[in-house]
Design a protein around this ligand. Structure first.
Ligand code: TYM
Length: 324
């Protein structure tokens, strides 16, 4: 059966887009499909960071993944920097990737280019490709913002296989049906993100219920008064409908006619989000640091064998080390 992988960058606290776009789909799928989940701490070094805070955030991300239902007996959950194979495959794939195709990535165009831009921000998608290809992955559940990076991963896998022989499984991105791009509540044209400049429109998984409610009640909506699902013309209202839909499982088009004012839609969305996050927050606060560290260490032990075997195959195919 098809193996899946999902990664989370500890550059800030996890937010609802992370949950709906990737965590929830991974948790739902882990009983049917072998699953790898990891804290992408090497990726967090691509931007300025405080080392102490990075270590804390890595643990927080891992703890929230456990609290959200990642089952460490079923899924392999680990911290990227505990497995040297990521960095080793990253370099080998840099010898397959082209400067032009990496430079064209939308996220680099948006975030990079200024003075002080780290070289690692440019090569970031190649590290992401290494993360995926290391584990013979077929499916990558991600939000829409990561789709282009998975496309690049496909291109690199196909090119490698053509050039050096069939070494890699060729993966594809899997996007959720709703909430593939949760928007910032204060600016529905922007993506909800861990590191958005203002946190007014970002629902963090660990925000207390009153904070969640306040942010949702103050969400920017659109002209008019009618609740309708139209992401192009009514991005604010449609974003709320997406959130409520993701919480209840009912399609946004069917939810819309049930509400006759923006206020009642917001109140229902707040109730649903708070109810969904409450058990996750409770389980998170029950976990100790050593519970989390133990899970991560055991996960790395389980991930190591396959990762090392992949690197060996790659090196051998490329003419490095002893032929196997
Ligand atoms: P990151 O940490 O930014 O986000 C983690 C996951 O959450 C999704 N996501 C969203 N989905 C819907 N709406 C949003 N507003 C939203 N914001 C974030 C992301 O698409 C992602 O699935 N490069 C990755 C981490 C990574 C990775 C990997 C992922 C590194 N290696 C290998 C998968 C496979 C990132 O920055 O995700």
């Amino acid at each position: 059966t098809d193996r899946r992988i999902s990664g989370f960058k500890p550059t800030g606290a996890l937010q609802l887009g992370n949950y709906l776009g990737a965590i929830a789909p991974v948790v739902r799928g882990q009983h049917a499909q072998p699953t790898v989940v990891f804290v992408a701490d090497l990726h967090a070094l691509t931007v300025p960071h405080d080392p102490h805070r990075l270590r804390e955030l890595s643990l927080q991300v891992a703890g929230l993944l456990l609290a959200a239902g990642v089952d460490p007996r079923r899924s392999v959950l680990y911290r990227q920097s505990d497995l040297p194979a990521h960095a080793e495959l990253h370099y080998l794939l840099e010898c397959v990737a082209g400067y032009g195709e990496v430079h064209r990535m939308i996220q680099f165009k948006e975030k990079g280019g200024g003075s002080g831009t780290r070289l690692s921000l440019l090569t970031y998608p190649v590290l992401m490709a290494a993360d995926i290809l290391l584990h013979d992955i077929a499916e990558v559940p991600v939000g829409r913002d990561q789709r282009q990076h998975v496309e690049l991963t496909r291109d690199l896998a196909l090119r490698f296989n053509e050039r050096y022989g069939p070494v890699f499984t060729v993966p594809r991105a899997v996007l959720p049906e709703v909430a593939a791009r949760v928007a910032d509540l204060a600016d529905p044209t922007a993506k909800m993100g861990k590191t958005n400049a203002s946190t007014n429109g970002v629902l963090f998984l660990l925000d207390p219920p009153d904070v969640l409610r306040r942010k949702i009640m103050r969400a920017v909506t659109d002209a008019g008064t009618e609740v309708g699902y139209d992401p192009e013309r009514k991005p604010g209202v449609s974003n709320l409908l997406d959130l409520l839909s993701a919480c209840t499982g009912e399609a946004p088009e069917r939810i819309a006619p049930q509400y006759h004012s923006y206020g009642s839609l917001k109140a229902a969305t707040a109730d649903a989000v708070i109810a969904m996050l409450e058990p996750i927050q409770r389980r998170y606060h029950e976990l100790t640091e050593s519970d989390i560290e133990t899970a991560l260490e055991q996960g790395a032990d389980r991930a190591r064998e396959r990762a090392d075997a992949t690197v060996q195959r790659v090196k051998s195919a490329m003419g490095l080390s002893r032929h196997t």
